[in-house]
Design a protein around this ligand. Structure first.
Ligand SMILES: Nc1ncnc2c1ncn2[C@@H]1O[C@H](COP(=O)(O)OP(=O)(O)OP(=O)(O)O)[C@@H](O)[C@H]1O
Ligand SMILES: O=c1[nH]c(=O)c2[nH+]cn([C@@H]3O[C@H](COP(=O)(O)O)[C@@H](O)[C@H]3O)c2[nH]1
Ligand SMILES: NC(=O)CC[C@H](N)C(=O)O
Ligand SMILES: [Mg+2]
Length: 524
């Protein structure tokens, strides 16, 4: 098999909200791609050796001084280029055309583009739902617009507010589109991106789940040789898929360590151990470190401080367990591509650190173990697909994500065992009800938060003065932005009554309706 990474698309990020979606659509077409910031050096561009380049959208205006530019090395390449929105405008601006700010002509949302034809990227793709077959139903989001095309380019499509909605230089294989093909609201968007990477860039579409697994297996085998590998297994999607993959790659050289830190959900420890014993035949060591974590967290109230305590203790436990093995030189983790992109964003200095995720960026610099992260290049949906292909049960692969610091960031302020016990009961009621009503898979993530404040209630003529919990359920594609799920009122009512009736220490249940931004998904 040819190297899976030989054919590769470079996605240059100009700060667009949907850049990750571009990469996902390219991957779905069966082609490997990576997202890099627009200001990477010319050397990195040349080393990347792209089969094609896609320039993303972005919030800035190409005519404003100091705005992001396309690296010269990209413009010097022979590989095909597709500029999307800001990416198109930057191409025009840098290749000698003209872009103007047209505040009165902004287009946000649905638009129709008339395609004049004659472009290899569009011919035959027309939207047949529309009466006029030369029209495309698209989604726009721009204020600036292209007024004059650069030399060598011709006009391929027009919309009401973008006279140059599509342009191309067919001979040079350079295309610019003002609309966003990566969003599902653009009806033929996925087809356009597929056409670009498969036909225009001539990639073979080898990036399939089967090939990804074979490739990861052989790379891991080559990397670790005869050494033993320790995997931090949480029972979550990512580390479970890593376990299945490593089991396939190195069999008995793998030992999984599952740390019960006292911050897990109800019965989770037993369930994880049982699922793995039943389904996988891998060796899992359970470390009961509840007391150790809770003791270390006593008196700690600041969210970032709590995260650090938990993250450091995880590593301590992993290193202790590794020392008990004969030859463990490697620590495997379920790091996935969004973790990498986000931690790059938070280390580049241009983005603010919102919260420290414990597994990336938070590792001590003098760690003795070397890292194996076979999912580092994959999106969550790709991870789920290969998990299914590796034979993991759907309940494991389709689970909602659960943060490493667990209930530690869902108990506001100081963590106490008593609070964790109450929270586990309440959360279990919520999640069981979601499953029973077939609502679990309609939301991306759902959980309960413990508020260490007391509120007055009345039950059976008596006064109650007890704790409050908040239910949280969100819908999101990439967990970078999210909105509160609109769960049915009757359902929320049932959950709230069940919680207050069966847990005497809770007097009140609230539902969190904040979106991200301005809130985050977790409360801490
Ligand atoms: N309780 C735990 N015991 C051992 N390792 C853990 C534990 N919690 C987290 N980890 C390690 O930290 C990594 C990151 O956690 P994270 O929650 O992002 O991934 P996950 O649990 O594998 O998947 P998911 O995102 O679906 O919850 C895990 O892949 C795992 O290696
Ligand atoms: O493994 C993890 N370690 C962490 O420290 C961590 N903090 C948040 N999350 C999860 O990340 C997603 C986004 O969460 P936020 O909107 O709260 O940042 C949500 O899915 C959160 O559950 C974490 N996952
Ligand atoms: N979505 C975009 O890429 C917008 C590009 C540019 N900021 C404009 O408003 O036209
Ligand atoms: Mg997890």
């Amino acid at each position: 098999m040819a190297d899976l990474h030989d054919q590769r698309i470079l996605v240059l990020d100009f700060g667009g909200q949907t850049t990750q979606l571009i990469a996902r659509r390219v991957r779905e077409s069966g082609v490997y791609c990576e997202i890099h910031p627009w200001d990477i050096s010319d050397e990195v561009v040349r080393e990347f050796n792209a089969s094609g380049v896609i320039l993303s959208g972005g919030p800035e205006s190409v005519i404003a001084p100091g705005s992001p530019v396309i690296p010269q090395a990209v413009l010097d390449m022979d590989a095909p280029i597709l500029g999307i929105c800001y990416g198109m405008q930057a191409m025009v601006h840098q290749l000698g055309g003209e872009v103007q700010a047209q505040a009165s002509h902004s287009e946000f949302g649905h638009a129709v583009v008339n395609v004049h034809g004659g472009s290899a990227l569009f011919d035959g793709l027309e939207d047949h739902r529309l009466e006029d077959k030369s029209q495309l139903d698209v989604w726009m989001s721009h204020g600036d617009r292209v007024e004059t095309l650069p030399e060598g380019f011709s006009l391929v499509g027009t919309s009401a507010n973008a006279p140059s909605a599509i342009m191309s230089n067919e001979a040079a294989k350079r295309f610019g589109i003002q609309f966003h093909p990566e969003v599902t609201h653009t009806k033929k968007g996925a087809d356009i991106l597929r056409r670009f990477v498969l036909d225009i860039c001539q990639c073979d579409g080898l990036w399939t789940p089967g090939n990804i697994i074979d490739d990861a297996v052989s790379r891991v085998q080559e990397m670790v040789g005869e050494d033993e590998v320790l995997l931090g297994l949480s029972g979550g999607v990512d580390s479970s898929v890593v376990a299945a993959l490593l089991h396939k790659a190195i069999g008995k050289q793998l030992t999984c360590v599952f740390v019960d830190n006292g911050l897990l959900r109800l019965h989770e420890g037993d369930q994880v151990m049982k699922t793995f014993a039943d389904n996988m035949g891998v060796r899992v060591i359970r470390v009961n470190a509840q007391k150790r974590f809770l003791d270390a967290l006593a008196g700690v109230t600041d969210p970032e401080a709590k995260r650090k305590v938990i993250g450091n203790l995880f590593i301590e436990v992993f290193e202790e367990e590794a020392a008990k093995l004969k030859n463990a030189l490697w620590l495997a983790q379920g790091t996935i591509y969004p973790d990498v992109i986000e931690s790059a964003a938070s280390t580049s200095g241009s983005a603010h650190l919102i919260k420290s995720h414990h597994n990336v960026g938070g590792l001590p610099s003098e760690m003795r173990l070397k890292l194996v992260e076979p999912l580092r290049e994959l999106f969550k949906d790709e991870v789920r697909t290969i998990g299914m292909d590796l034979g993991l049960p759907p309940i494991m692969v389709q689970r909602h994500p659960f943060p490493g610091p667990g209930l530690g960031v869902r108990i506001l302020g100081e963590v106490k065992e008593e609070y964790a016990d109450i929270l586990r009961e309440a959360d279990n009621i919520f999640i069981e009800a979601l499953l029973r009503h077939d609502l679990y898979h309609t939301v991306s993530q759902a959980f309960t938060v413990f508020l260490p404040i007391k509120s007055v209630g009345v039950t059976g003529d008596g006064r109650r003065y007890d704790y409050v919990v908040a239910l949280r359920a969100v819908e999101t594609v990439d967990f970078m932005t999210a909105r509160a799920a609109q769960l049915p009122w009757d359902f929320l009512d049932e959950v709230s009554r069940t919680i207050c009736n069966s847990i005497t220490r809770i007097s009140r249940v609230t539902y969190d309706i904040s979106s991200k931004p301005p809130a985050t998904i977790e409360w801490e």
